[in-house]
Design a protein around this ligand. Structure first.
Ligand code: FES
Length: 569
């Protein structure tokens, strides 16, 4: 087939000549697929820092496959430093990638990603550009030791934070904790946080090498996967295979079910909705909830289990999970190397202590759920497997916070009189609110209650929470407060009624009175310019994946990738 790059590089005129010279193509390189390597490594993002070390292996894989590699840098989305949230920039990076592909003679792309938002950004770009592509995900970081035990990234830090706030962790242990964390190498969080969850999701969408999720950063296995990824994308480019041929409804449904089986991040729910929006698949919360209902927790990895992600990879990773899920997955869906998931599952290791079978789960279904009601007419999400069973049917007084800083101060104010039965509401942190939907949803437990041994309360938010977090937290309430949602009309003392079994989240206030209440002005009423302005003006709500309205694909025609005119620049 004619390669896309031939529009730039083929022919004898001076324009084609200058294009070939710009890429430093030799005669031997002519007519070979040009494969971009989107490199998101950065010193500002420790989770992606080691990706640069994999570039040489990807390049060699591309050359061995018969292609020409072309590395290019991409904005790096790291959770650790970016404020208000790396999520604000997911769509920007997806656009950056899509436009880099559109504007250049690329026949395929290997996306190097790892930290939470870099993975979905690449998936969205791959779906929209739809040239041959795979993601190479940089693996999980080794666990540092603290007091003789391996530290699970995020999850153990949240527990330590509670200890610190309750007064149980002194300065010496706190400093020791910081030193231990500083010793951790590069790589993604080693628990089933958002990065690891998105790695699993990516694999099931057919967008990475099967068996690659959770492989330790820096391992020889990851280098082999890097080489294989490069070679596979060349093959895809030559065969005319594109991401949307693999990102089918069956693959998407499989990814949604697998997310439940791993006790995965609620953030992945938003990213999966965005993928559905880009590809024109059915991807609403009702569908997700139906898919989750009979999927138990099969993977014993933090925050819902006890192990770390490396144990998941060692137990066979996603192919072994596919085997454990059996008929719960559609075996006809295709993996990143072209094999069916039925075949991969048949060849995978059997169930183990880390990847259990449905008859011996870590916990019963459901592990994730969508709820609806007067407080969340368009839906909200809860990670049931990380919640306290006693709070899954709960009624309590609302304690409302409109911004994070006020919440941090007032939560610990004894005069506020917050009790363990109250429902903490943190709002104004939805996609449009802050803007960027920060991970503020898991509000801390008030210090006084921590001292009494309280470790969980019902919390409700239009924001997100870290995939490594835990607790009874209802997230992504839609419409969000800043979009005029009912959450913005709740007042201190209103009764909130949560009933997981009925999938309901209600505010027990007369509907007429609720509608008559004013909504608080968005925190971002300050002048916004540049990207945050464009984002706030066009971002959709969480059930639509918090994607920009002009990037989604409401019809197959609107999904078509428009090629640029190629001529003199
Ligand atoms: Fe980057 Fe967890 S903070 S993967």
């Amino acid at each position: 087939m004619r390669l896309r790059s031939a529009r730039w590089l083929g022919g004898d005129d001076e324009v084609a000549l200058s294009h070939r010279v710009a890429l430093r193509l030799t005669e031997a390189d002519r007519d070979r697929p040009v494969i971009g390597i989107a490199d998101t490594s950065s010193a500002l993002n420790p989770c992606n820092a080691s990706l640069a070390e994999l570039v040489a292996d990807v390049e060699q894989g591309i050359r061995d496959g018969g292609g020409v590699p072309a590395r290019f840098p991409v904005m790096s989305l790291g959770e650790d430093l970016m404020k208000p949230s790396a999520m604000l920039y997911r769509n920007l990076v997806a656009m950056e990638l899509e436009e880099t592909i559109r504007a250049n003679p690329l026949d395929g792309v290997v996306f190097l990603a790892n930290c939470d938002k870099s993975v979905p950004a690449a998936l969205l770009a791959a779906a929209s550009a739809d040239v041959a592509s795979l993601l190479l995900i940089g693996g999980s970081r080794a666990a540092p030791l603290f007091e003789g035990k391996p530290l699970g990234a995020g999850t153990d830090l949240w527990r330590a934070l509670d200890e610190r706030r309750s007064g149980a962790m002194n300065d010496r242990r706190w400093e020791h904790l910081e030193r231990s964390l500083r010793c951790a190498g590069p790589g993604a969080c080693n628990t089933m946080g958002t990065a690891s969850s998105m790695a699993v999701v990516t694999e099931l969408l057919g967008m990475s090498v099967p068996g690659s999720s959770g492989v330790p950063t820096g391992s020889p296995q990851l280098r082999r996967i890097a080489h294989q990824t490069g070679a596979l994308v060349v093959r895809q480019a030559l065969d005319g295979r594109t991401p949307t041929q693999r990102m089918t409804q069956a693959a998407w449904d499989n990814a949604v079910r697998a997310l439940a089986a791993i006790g995965g991040s609620t953030n992945a729910v938003i990213h999966l909705a965005a993928v559905a929006g880009r590809t024109g698949l059915y991807g609403d919360l009702m569908r997700m909830d139906r898919l989750w209902r009979d999927v138990p927790l099969l993977v014993d990895v933090e925050p819902c289990g006890a192990q770390l992600v490396a144990a998941f990879a060692a137990a066979g990773g996603v192919p072994a999970l596919a085997r454990a899920l059996g008929a719960l997955l559609d075996g006809d869906a295709v993996a990143g190397d072209g094999r069916s998931w039925a075949r991969l599952a048949a060849e995978a290791p059997e169930v183990s202590a880390v990847i259990r079978g449905p008859h011996d789960p870590v916990s019963a279904a459901p592990t994730l759920a969508a709820v609806f009601g007067t407080l969340a007419p368009d839906g909200a999400v809860i990670k049931v497997a990380a919640a306290s069973p006693a709070l899954l049917r709960h009624r309590g007084r609302a304690v409302v916070f409109d911004d994070y800083d006020t919440m941090r101060v007032r939560l610990d104010d004894e005069a506020a009189g917050i009790t363990a039965d109250d429902v903490i509401i943190i709002r104004g942190c939805g996609p449009r609110g802050t803007p960027g939907m920060p991970e503020w949803g898991m509000a801390p437990i008030p210090k006084r209650l921590l001292g009494q041994g309280v470790r969980d309360m019902l919390r409700v938010s239009d924001g997100r929470m870290s995939g490594t977090s835990f607790g009874t937290v209802v997230l992504h309430v839609a419409p969000e407060s800043a979009a005029g949602g009912a959450l913005g009309r709740v007042r201190d003392g209103d009764l909130i009624d949560f009933d997981l079994a009925r999938r309901r989240l209600d505010v027990l206030v007369d509907p007429a009175e609720l509608a008559s209440r004013p909504v608080p002005p968005p925190a971002a009423s300050v002048h916004l310019r540049g990207w945050p302005r464009l984002y706030r003006d066009h971002v959709q709500q969480a059930p639509q994946g918090a994607d920009l309205d002009f990037l989604t694909a409401p019809t197959p025609a609107s999904r078509r990738f428009v090629e640029p005119t190629v001529g003199r620049s």
